[in-house]
Design a protein around this ligand. Sequence first.
Ligand SMILES: Nc1nc2c(c(=O)[nH]1)N[C@H]1C(S)=C(S)[C@@H](COP(=O)(O)O)O[C@H]1N2
Ligand SMILES: [Mo]
Length: 433
Amino acid sequence: MAFDHTRRTMGADTEASRRGFLKGTGGIAMAAAAGGSIAFADRAPAGFVGSALAQTPAAADKGPKVLKMDGKAELTLLGDKPLVAETPAHLMDDEVTPTEKLFIRNNGNMPDAAALAADPKAWKIKIDGEVNAPMEIALGDLMAKFQPVTYRLMLECGGNGRSQFTPEARGNQWTTGGAGCPEWTGVRLGDVLKAAGLKSSAVYTAHYGADVHLSGDATKPTISRGVRLAKAMDEHTLIAFKLNGKDLPALHGGPVRLIVPGWAGSASHKWLTRIWIRDKEHDGPGMTGFSYRVPKTPPVPGGKVEEANMAVLEAMPVRSVITSPSHGTRLASGARKIEVRGQAWAGESAIRAVDVSIDYGATWIKAEVKAPANKYAWQRFVASVELPSAGYYEVWSRATDSAGVVQPFQAGNWNPQGYGANAVTRVAVLAQA
Ligand SMILES: Nc1nc2c(c(=O)[nH]1)N[C@H]1C(S)=C(S)[C@@H](COP(=O)(O)O)O[C@H]1N2
Ligand SMILES: [Mo]
């Protein structure tokens, strides 16, 4: 039987069950294999049982496409022009995300290979706009003049979780793998901006890079986002040139990129060439309309949304991902003990708690949550769980952030381009007699 590795959150399952997949293969066949029992079926919402294993509708009928690329793990390919690939949950198990397991999100074509192959130390970054001393600094000088720092920092695509929305939102149908927490080395953007001398009129950054618009039009930026000055000045916001101790690979924005941790990944500009300091909110491609913007008050899902009701997406919401057991695990015959393990993080906040359920949320088991390595690093959680009998189970994880915000059961605050979906995630596990 084919496991569905792409849709296993509640929003998506509602859709799957509507389409009648429960009558087909999915959970029922799984339960039959388990001797007919679905553990805690009485606690599950009607029409819900087994749906985590229902077949993926439509395009993904043949199962998820797998990225085949030197130096990268088998990520799930969401698109190849531009290249977009996410990390399957079971590959998010490392405390520090190895480079080969880090997701990829390009909006355009990678910069010219010749430009990237040239001396990286000669790569230039311009700082201009609302500064007293505009500068153009070579990467080599940047490295020599400013103090390097190393942190583990979350990079998460603004669209992460998008596939949870019903009705479907526009864009790459990320499950939960548009996120990673590798170790980044760079200089603080704030130090560089201080050296350039910020004017009192400075309120926002605008980022530009060397990648090429899909149309081939060299005058068009692929994307150009920015952040409020306070975030730019945060000590964890970096102009980064190393990833996991090695020179930043071209695929991830090398030789140099921004890392704006905890906020929508689109602010973490790759192949960085210019930071324009502005006297108002930036309005480049990716800043206006429905792009990287979320409703201030929740609209009717799928209904008309007023542009005036949209505000810039900044910090990402609280989320947890179960990295082990992997979705579709069949335990050895008679085995009943599982260690539920995963990562949890929450944009600007820390994680206060992660709870795990094996009975459709009727009862919860407190997981042990590790302290973060530093601010903006994800936190590992572990819970030892004993399954009471053979049968088909769904294991859920639900994180609570330091402000008390909890992952919802269904993605809320629907928006046209699908940002901020952070529903409880689930994996199916079969305990065999
Ligand atoms: N120049 C440039 N920077 C970019 C992008 C891009 O297309 N071009 N994509 C952004 C988006 S949407 C995300 S989520 C992250 C992804 O970084 P990664 O590919 O290293 O994982 O880079 C951001 N920086
Ligand atoms: Mo993104």
